[in-house]
Design a protein around this ligand. Structure first.
Ligand code: ATP
Ligand code: MG
Length: 158
């Protein structure tokens, strides 16, 4: 359905407002003005955003910073990024992070809940949407997950 990218990102922040306040984590939403409305499967993209923001919260210390941003990487592609300044992921785990059930060392994940499926589901959803998803991380510094979506505007479907 037609979705305002700005509203969609504001709403994901709203869904986590209680946890964010409890953990004193600040969330910044930055959306390039020119994006406006995009055609996408809102439920599926919300599922991706919910997982990425919940990961960012789980793996970021109290008082941390999360930034969710959207821009046009070119005239046909929207790029959405969820960035945190949390505990990061060791280099040796990066290759496997999108595998089903893969979680970085059980000790740190034990208390966090979750099954290790979120990122693999996110990748399937983004692929089915004709986009791509990548994760960059620096251990002890933070993580950034970026996904793309085809930029389908109203004029193009009229
Ligand atoms: P689920 O999403 O099924 O509830 P999960 O969050 O553990 O469980 P994924 O979302 O697939 O599973 O993430 C896989 C693993 O990648 C996590 O267990 C965690 O170790 C690591 N990870 C994911 N996002 C981050 C992040 N933002 N910072 C640090 N580590 C992360
Ligand atoms: Mg997850």
């Amino acid at each position: 359905s037609w979705t305002s990218v700005g509203e969609m990102l504001d709403e994901v922040a709203d869904r986590f407002s209680f946890q964010l306040q409890q953990r004193r984590i600040d969330i910044a939403i930055e959306v390039a003005d020119e994006i406006g409305e995009v055609l996408l499967d809102r439920d599926k993209i919300d599922q991706v955003l919910d997982n990425l923001v919940s990961n960012a919260i789980k793996y970021t210390g109290d008082g941390g910073q999360i930034t969710v941003s959207a821009r046009l990487s070119d005239s046909e592609t929207v790029e959405v990024a969820v960035k945190d300044n949390g505990i990061g992921i060791p280099k040796k785990d990066l290759d496997r992070i999108f595998e089903r059930f893969y979680r970085v060392d059980k000790a740190r994940s034990r208390n966090m809940g979750g099954t290790g499926l979120g990122l693999s589901i996110a990748r399937e959803i983004i692929k089915a949407h004709g986009g791509a998803i990548v994760l960059e991380s620096e251990y002890n510094h933070g993580t950034k997950v970026t996904f793309t979506l085809p930029y389908v505007r109203e004029e193009e479907t009229a």
